[in-house]
Design a protein around this ligand. Structure first.
Ligand code: GUN
Length: 320
């Protein structure tokens, strides 16, 4: 069997088209464009790429974008003040503080300070709690994008066994909550799980977010499963590339290692997944692209909801 490849690009492009249409309609009918403020602190190389993509995509879709880049030595109090400023500015609809933050900054307190209504990352404990209660909430972009992708490829979730490997706040935990909301039977596995392969082999839907190149092998998979690979790992070792790829893909990967010094690889062995799974998401070209698309969706949704609530409150004030 050769698995169907689930293209994240196709779904991300569709979501972005819908968001761009919504932005145009909002501007025509309500006279504003949703605004996303992105904050980056320091010089983390991966963060620079991610934030660059977020700013560029928001501009392409017609949103207003603000990029705040602060020096690595920014104090906790300074960042806190910026977040409070953004909270207080009525024209800012979404606030995203890129993680990781430098060590002198208390990440937990920063995330708790972001106004829950503007929390387009879904990292504020109020939104995390809402999600845990099965309420509608701004949900973290990568897992929300995965749900959107599964729906659009018509992969059934209700009643099926979904296993999530990894329990991070950014992917694993919210992923499990969102799958539960879709009525899947959900198991979370992590680094201390015993007999991991026995657990993952039960998965009709397997989502892996652990940050270990090619860790999930054929022995971990149920034949015919849907495999969602969230890992993004740099592989510089040609020997490892030979274990993960074959044929023309291997040639391509070896060339990339030669030219760039590394190639991007997920947490799942792609050669073995393509032989055993029914469908799987490739790396790159899989779920990575969905994250930015869902951030745009969250920003527009946050704008509409907050501004509608504000205008209702103002209307109510005017009538008393
Ligand atoms: N760092 C890695 N992924 C993310 C994300 O989705 N949001 C933020 N803010 N930081 C990240």
């Amino acid at each position: 069997m050769t698995a169907r490849i689930l293209s994240g690009k196709e779904i991300a492009d569709a979501i972005k088209r819908e968001v761009a249409d919504d932005v145009k309609r909002i501007e025509t009918e309500h006279g504003y464009r949703p605004c996303l403020a992105v904050v980056r602190v320091g010089e983390d190389a991966a963060s620079a790429v991610y934030v660059g993509n977020k700013v560029k995509t928001s501009e392409e879709l017609g949103l207003i974008s603000e990029h705040h880049h602060l020096p690595a030595e920014t104090s906790h109090a300074e960042l806190l003040r910026l977040v409070e400023d953004l909270n207080n500015r009525a024209e800012v609809d979404g606030i995203l503080v890129q993680l990781p933050l430098p060590r002198q900054i208390n990440e937990k307190e920063i995330l708790e300070t972001i106004d829950a209504e503007k929390d387009v990352d879904g990292f504020n404990p109020l939104n995390v709690g809402r999600l845990a209660q099965g309420q509608n909430a701004l949900a973290p972009c990568t897992p929300a994008g995965i749900i959107e992708m599964l729906k659009r490829f018509e992969i059934k979730m209700r009643g099926r066994h979904a296993v999530v490997v990894g329990r991070s706040n950014i992917v694993g935990r919210p992923m499990a909550q969102l799958l539960l909301k879709e009525d899947a039977t959900v198991t979370i596995a992590h680094r201390y799980s015993e007999k991991l392969a026995e657990i993952t082999r039960q998965a009709d839907i397997l989502v892996v977010a652990i940050g270990r190149a090619g860790f999930i092998r054929a022995e971990h998979l149920k034949a015919g499963a849907t495999v969602v690979d969230v890992g993004i790992n740099n592989v510089a070792d040609a020997e490892l590339a030979r274990e993960l790829f074959s044929g023309s893909e291997l040639e391509k990967r070896l060339n990339t290692i030669e030219k760039r010094g590394f190639t991007l690889v997920g947490d799942v062995n792609p050669r073995e997944a393509s032989e055993k799974a029914a469908d799987y998401t490739p790396v790159p070209g899989g779920v990575g692209l969905l994250t930015v698309a869902m951030l745009m969706r969250n920003t527009v949704d946050a704008a509409v909801k907050r501004r509608l609530r504000k205008s209702l409150v103002n209307d109510a004030r005017a009538t008393v």
